[in-house]
Design a protein around this ligand. Structure first.
Ligand code: MG
Ligand code: MG
Length: 272
């Protein structure tokens, strides 16, 4: 059952999403060759608790840490450890926070130092596909419209769209209805209605769409061991249009990146 949120609840969810956004910004400052994913996990946990929230993933389905840390060929759900990141790695970081009874949940794939042009393109296309998907999250569209748009765009670049893992409704639970696949058919699936809040999160592989699960019961890796990227935003349906609750602005500040992608997005949806 889809749980519709009131305006007040959406404002609370924006607070939770922004706690995650700020946390990813703090983590971004520390990403460099030599840092371990466990060190980054500690930074995130402190940052979340300093903002009066609790880590959303820690203990959720018995996950052992604050962040899901998935380097290179890991797709999602990697567990932080004491191995150092090295120049040329990418690291997908997924973060959740709970405050006032509502979750925030979003993700970003970071380069570690200089990365190859091929991998840089994977990150760029995956992030672009996120906004392309979000644009379809509007009144009277359906779940399949978002998935179709993401799939078409990523497959047009020859990338694999993971099937087994999907986005989701978000609220007082981390995973609510509906499931939001990154593939699908136009006009199919549940219809979007005012007050829905979802996490849209393309998980895109450079090679095959196929994945495998590690023996730890968590880590998911691409079957061909080629890199995978993951970007996620929390989005509310307000006045019939998608409204970003999370932001990558703190990440861009931390990394010294000039980006107006979110402003451009807001301009575009004015005319949807
Ligand atoms: Mg997430
Ligand atoms: Mg999610």
């Amino acid at each position: 059952m889809i749980k519709i949120k009131t305006r007040e609840e959406i404002e609370l969810m924006r607070q939770s999403a922004l706690i995650v956004s700020k946390t990813l910004g703090e983590v971004a400052k520390a990403i460099k060759p030599g840092v371990t994913t466990l060190q980054l996990d500690k930074i995130a946990e402190e940052c979340i608790r300093d903002q009066g929230a609790v880590p959303g993933f820690l203990g959720l389905y018995d996950f052992p840490n604050t962040l899901c840390m998935s380097p290179n060929s890991q797709v999602v759900h990697g567990i932080p450890n004491s191995e150092s990141l090295v120049e040329g790695d990418i690291i997908s970081i997924d973060c959740g926070a709970l405050k006032n009874g509502f979750y925030g949940d979003h993700a970003y794939t970071f380069p570690v130092g200089e990365i190859s042009p091929e991998v840089e393109k994977l990150l760029k296309v995956t992030k672009e596909s996120l906004y392309i998907g979000i644009r379809e999250f509007k009144i009277n569209n359906r779940v399949g419209d978002v998935g179709y748009a993401i799939q078409q765009y990523c497959e047009s670049h020859g990338y694999g769209v993971v099937r087994e893992l999907v986005g989701h409704g978000l609220g007082q639970k981390m995973h609510e209805d509906p499931e939001m696949p990154n593939y699908g058919r136009r006009g199919r699936g549940k219809k979007f209605v005012e007050g829905m809040v979802v996490a849209i999160e393309p998980m895109i592989n450079m090679g095959t769409q196929r994945i495998k699960q590690h023996r730890d019961g968590w880590t998911i890796t691409t079957l061909d061991n080629l890199p995978s990227a993951h970007f996620e935003h929390d989005v509310a349906l307000v006045d019939g249009k998608p409204e970003l609750l999370s932001t990558f602005a703190y990440i861009y500040d931390a990394l010294g990146i000039k980006s107006n992608e979110e402003d451009e997005f807001r301009q575009e949806i004015l005319v949807l």
